[in-house]
Structures are given as structure tokens and as C-alpha cells.
Design a protein around this ligand. Structure first.
Ligand code: GTP
Ligand code: MG
Length: 202
């Protein structure tokens, strides 16, 4: 996918603050600090489009980004950050759940897992929500640069078993090497039913 234009649209906490629905939307979910914002930066080809941080809990609102005026990428706050202020933790569930349940332009969700870790209760809960709302997730395993190919293969088996999916469904990614960028874009465009050839000749 050739990203010609990537722009921050707005931040929102409540449905009333979401931008008007229109373009198909892809949301990025996962544990705090897993690398959601970093993945959006690599997909958009803009290093500083989304703020990232080594401290968990960086993204605290729902952030909308326009790509080529054909689709919207949505960065969500991560779950499972034990040190988040209680008020914020309490707000998280309803904020994410109302977005996932009522956003009519939401067409795909990318669930990001850390290749080094066993999926958490939060990850499993998120998978159940997505099933409930009938959104088949695109599954990405990130931070692959931290493991050898051998270790990656072993971890994929463990992760796939924990989430009861085929390991072939786990798309490997690294924000450092950008490995996996094209395959993830390809999957997003497929789910959104956007023809990349038509798109790149526009
Ligand atoms: N080595 C490596 N580090 C990564 C990768 N992706 C993200 N990171 C690092 O992980 C940390 C968290 O990345 P973010 O993209 O901010 O994670 P996030 O999921 O958006 O975090 P929250 O907004 O706090 O939920 C940062 O220090 C990133 O540089 C990756 O593929 N490889
Ligand atoms: Mg973030």
C-alpha cells in the first residue's frame, strides 16, 4: 500500500466525539505497551504520526487517522496496565466496548500480541468481545526482532494454542525491521474489500 497521505483526524472518549462515520475503519487493539501505535506508524510510513512510549499507558483516548482519504486507522488505549490510575482503568472498558459495539464504520480489528508472551486474560477477553460483535480479528504477533526465527516458531505454536487459532493466522511483525508491513496491509485491504491495484493507480 502506497501511503500518500496520513493525517491525524481527532481524539475521542465518547461516541458523541467520534468523527462522522464514513470511510471504512480499522482499529488496533492489544495489551498496553504491546506496540499498537508503533504498528500504525509503520503502516502509515510516518514515524511520528502516533506518539509511542516505553512507558505503558501512553495512548489514553481513541485516536482516528485518515489514510489516503480511503480508510481510517484507529489507535485504541491498551488494556492490562496495572499501574494506570484507577479512574482511567474504570473508563477503559466502557470506552473501548462502546466503540467496538456501536461504531458502524468499523470494518476490521487488528489484535496485536507480543511474540514473546503467552496471551493474557485481557487478550482472551478481547477475542471473546470480537466474536460477540462478529468482527473476525486480523492477528499480528509483534516484536519479532527480539527472538530468533526458531524461537518465533515455538512461540507461535504456544500463542496459537492459547487463543485456539491456527498458527498460520498469526502475521509476524517488527516495528524495527518493518517485517510484515506489506502482509498486514494486504490483509487489511482484503478484509475491507479495497482493491490495492485500483487504489495505487488513483
Ligand atoms: N523491539 C521492538 N520494540 C517495539 C516494537 N514495537 C513497539 N516497540 C516498543 O514498545 C514500546 C511500546 O510501543 P507503543 O507503540 O507505544 O505501544 P502501545 O501498544 O501503543 O502502548 P500504549 O499506548 O501504552 O497501550 C515502545 O518503546 C516501542 O518502541 C517492535 O516491533 N520491536
Ligand atoms: Mg499507544
Amino acid at each position: 500500500m502506497n501511503v500518500i497521505q496520513a493525517e491525524f483526524v481527532k481524539s475521542a472518549a465518547k461516541p458523541n466525539d467520534y468523527p462522522p462515520p464514513g470511510l471504512p475503519e480499522v482499529a488496533f487493539v492489544g495489551r498496553s505497551n504491546v506496540g499498537k501505535s508503533s504498528l500504525i506508524n509503520v503502516l502509515s510510513g510516518r514515524k511520528g504520526l502516533v506518539k509511542t512510549s516505553s512507558t505503558p499507558g501512553r495512548t489514553q483516548l481513541i485516536n482516528f487517522f485518515d489514510i489516503n482519504s480511503i480508510l481510517t486507522l484507529v489507535d485504541l488505549p491498551g488494556y492490562g496496565y496495572a499501574k494506570a490510575p484507577p479512574a482511567l482503568r474504570k473508563q477503559w472498558g466502557p470506552m473501548i466496548e462502546s466503540y467496538l459495539s456501536i461504531r458502524e464504520s468499523l470494518k476490521a480489528v487488528v489484535l496485536i500480541l507480543d511474540i514473546r508472551r503467552v496471551p493474557s486474560d485481557g487478550d482472551l477477553q478481547m477475542l471473546r468481545w470480537l466474536e460477540m460483535y462478529n468482527i473476525p480479528p486480523i492477528l499480528v504477533v509483534t516484536k519479532c526482532d527480539k527472538l530468533s526465527k526458531n524461537e518465533q516458531a515455538k512461540q507461535k505454536v504456544i500463542i496459537a494454542a492459547a487463543i485456539r487459532r491456527d498458527k498460520g493466522m498469526l502475521l509476524p511483525f517488527s516495528a524495527l525491521s518493518k517485517e510484515g508491513r506489506d502482509a498486514i496491509w494486504c490483509e487489511i485491504l482484503r478484509v475491507l474489500d479495497i482493491n490495492p491495484k485500483v487504489e495505487s493507480s488513483r
